[in-house]
Design a protein around this ligand. Structure first.
Ligand code: NAD
Length: 251
């Protein structure tokens, strides 16, 4: 019997990088996976990868910053598999990565609406379904930028700090009713998002290379932890956001 036999997971931003790896990993561990992304082609590529490894998966186009689109994503998941046991609020983007006074209001609004409001909308949409079942796990992908300031810029830092707070509040509001909310704060992981950052001399080189692990992370470094966090083995973990960062923020 696999870890997630019979369970259904939605992964937002599943069409690339971390979300793609999470989709493959949860499917490997037996979950049926709904790969949601604003970019349908990316989601479909992930589904092809999941199916190639023998997993069960469906692609859904969804914009996490729009409540109607998020509701439609939830309906598609229910239509496909009849349940939602796990939601991974992973979709995210970075802003202009400029000093605060140079950041445009548009970039602020865009990053807030995807990285923070998207977590709220996704959680809000699945909670009634999880409450009805009396169980569910919500995993929010924050960042080490949820704990410190860095070159990622004010809108990203503020949004990810917000995700850390949202995760606590979700746990506070629904833990007693069987819904477990937890967060993960990755360090710098090699994905399309960070392609420019992980080059020699990139803005996080020192933070990463001087850290105990002395390397950039790989999506699988996060995905194995996500699978554990989503499982019943992590049933005593509520409300916290756990850094998985090679030790980059210990000092
Ligand atoms: N890669 C890192 O180093 C790192 C570190 C810390 C946190 N994170 C976080 O991890 C998450 C995934 O990042 P990644 O590195 O895999 O990035 P990525 O760019 O490879 O993937 C992000 C995915 O989200 C999708 N997306 C963007 N806006 C969306 C929207 N409105 N609705 C639905 N989908 C949308 C994109 O199409 C893309 O497929 C993000 O929340 C990011 O902030 C990444």
């Amino acid at each position: 019997m696999s870890r997630f036999d019979g369970r259904v997971a939605i992964i937002t931003g599943g069409g690339s990088g971390l979300g793609r790896e999470f989709s493959c990993e949860l499917a490997k561990d037996g979950a049926r996976v709904v790969v949601a992304d604003i970019f349908l082609e990316g989601a479909e590529e992930t589904v092809a990868l999941v199916e190639a490894q023998g997993g069960t998966s469906v692609a859904v186009q969804a914009d996490v910053s729009q409540s109607g689109s998020v509701q439609a994503m939830v309906h598609s998941a229910l239509d496909a598999y009849g349940a939602i046991d796990i939601l991974i609020n992973n979709a995210g983007l970075v802003g202009e990565t400029l000093p605060a006074a140079e950041v445009s209001e548009e970039s602020w609004d865009r990053v807030m609406s995807v990285d923070m409001k998207g977590v709220f909308l996704g959680s809000k949409a699945v909670i009634p379904i999880m409450l009805e079942k009396g169980s569910g796990v919500i995993i929010n992908i924050a960042s080490v930028s949820g704990f410190l300031a860095s070159a990622t810029g004010i809108e990203y830092t503020a949004a990810k700090h917000g995700v850390v707070g949202l995760t606590k509040q979700l746990a506070y509001d629904y833990g007693h009713q069987g819904i477990r909310a937890v967060g993960v704060a990755p360090g710098v992981i090699e994905t399309p998002l960070t392609a420019d950052w992980t080059k020699e001399g990139g803005p996080f080189h020192e933070l990463t290379i001087d850290a105990p692990a002395a390397r950039y992370g790989r999506p699988i470094d996060i995905a194995r932890f996500i699978s554990f966090l989503a499982s019943d083995e992590a049933s005593f973990m509520h409300g916290h956001t756990f850094p998985v960062d090679g030790g980059s923020i210990i000092r």
